[in-house]
Design a protein around this ligand. Structure first.
Ligand code: GCO
Ligand code: MG
Length: 405
């Protein structure tokens, strides 16, 4: 008898920050977990799942993963976009989790088995100035990381994306009603970036992989100038140099530099990024497994990317839950052109809710061999952390013009 979907539940919890968890239970009692977190719009995805998707799944065969994906993607008519694809992603992750648990195997074996023994990971380092940034990078290297993203302050600005003041870890989503406002100054950033990153490379030496995130803020001319100026820094990648929707404008950037480029964390489907890949306008595609419709769709993006020698470096910030990190690692272990996994790290309360079996060792990650995705969710603990409204910041230029944050 087929294993049917018996119950679909949505859990919104806030250990250190907001997360949305999808719980799918089958007729024979197997539970699958999915990540439906969309930073700053969590309740939209929770409602999409609870009020619209959930009722249509009950009674469906849990092992018809691809058919359910197509049903949710094509059957809604209003397709694509972050809310829709995060909801589909959560269902997809939960169904792969169920299949692995039912068969008693880790998901990476269902995806064709390991093509590598471990997955390179990178984490975040921040510093308002070069000495602070060096300390932060060295602390990450001491933890075993072989790749570190470096973000720094900009003279004349008091708040900058990706940078904290002091020892606190960076959490972009501010709690309260309405987004915090930050001032941005591109010319000041363009003066600061080469100086800081060149100084950092001189300090850390040639072997540590360094990454930097421009976070959507430049135009193609500025991006080409920055990328070319950073060539001596030998970055692993320079990320999101221009707004991702301006894919064709990357041609102008690509012509000016050999610095590797990465884009993709704001994309939700292959249809958003296939030109970027087929014209090889990036070296790395960054789509997050939960935001891009799950394991089923991330595999298709990476298979397409492999044809063009574009590698995967999925998004893995604190606002993508451990369920997604685990799912991404199962894909990473079984996908030849998967290069690196972002692991920003989590607040101290997160492990009270999520227990993950993936492990970090010597700068690399492995998903583990627990059946399914290898993550459990403590629902009682989750109930102790009620949702708190939180928003990502917005950014304005010094004259008040809205910028990409
Ligand atoms: C990254 C991302 C994040 C995003 C955050 C938004 O490279 O990790 O740019 O820092 O800003 O995930 O919620
Ligand atoms: Mg980024």
């Amino acid at each position: 008898m087929s294993q049917l979907i018996d119950a679909v539940d949505v859990i919104v919890t806030s250990p250190s920050r907001n997360y949305v968890v999808l719980k799918i239970t089958t007729s024979d009692g197997v539970v699958g977990w999915g990540d439906a977190t969309l930073n700053g719009r969590e309740l939209a995805v929770a409602s999409y799942l609870r009020d619209h998707v959930g009722p249509t799944l009950v009674g469906k065969a849990a092992d018809r993963i691809e058919d359910i994906w197509q049903y949710l993607y094509r059957g809604v008519y209003w397709r694509r976009g972050p809310v829709t694809m995060a909801a589909i992603g959560a269902v997809d992750l939960a169904l792969w989790d169920i299949l692995g648990k039912t068969l008693g195997v880790p998901v990476h074996r269902l995806l064709g088995g390991a093509v590598r023994d471990r997955i390179l990971s990178y984490t975040h380092a921040t510093g308002w100035d070069l000495p602070e940034l060096i300390d932060s990078v060295e602390a990450r290297r001491d933890q075993g990381f072989r790749a570190v993203r470096a973000q720094f302050g900009v003279p004349g600005l008091d708040k900058v994306y990706g940078v904290t003041r002091g020892a606190a870890s960076y959490e972009p989503a501010g709690r309260g009603v309405g987004p915090a406002e930050e001032t941005w100054d591109t010319p000041a950033y363009l003066r600061q970036a080469p100086t800081i990153l060149t100084g950092l490379r001189e300090h850390v030496g040639p072997d540590l992989h360094l990454l930097h995130d421009a976070h959507h803020r430049l135009n193609p001319t500025e991006a080409g100038r920055l990328a070319r100026s950073l060539e001596p820094v030998d970055l692993y990648w320079l990320e999101d140099v221009i707004p991702a929707e301006n894919q064709h404008l990357l041609r102008a950037v690509r012509d000016k530099t050999t610095t590797p480029l990465a884009i993709g964390e704001v994309f939700n489907t292959i249809w958003d990024c296939h030109e970027l890949i087929s014209e090889r306008l990036v070296d790395y595609i960054r789509t997050a497994v939960s935001h891009v419709g799950g394991i089923s769709h991330l595999r298709k993006i990476l298979a397409f990317a492999e044809v063009y020698q574009v590698k995967g470096g999925p998004h893995g910030p604190s606002d993508v839950s451990p369920i997604s990190i685990a799912a991404s690692l199962h894909v990473g272990l079984a996908t030849t052109n998967f290069a690196i996994q972002e692991l920003m790290g989590y607040g101290p309360l997160v492990s009270e809710v999520f227990q993950a079996s993936y492990r970090f060792d010597d700068g690399y990650l492995h998903p583990g061999d627990a059946p399914g995705l290898g993550v459990t969710v403590d629902e009682q603990a989750a109930a102790r952390f009620p949702y708190e409204q939180a928003y990502l910041p917005i950014a304005r230029d010094r004259d008040g013009t809205m910028k990409d944050w």
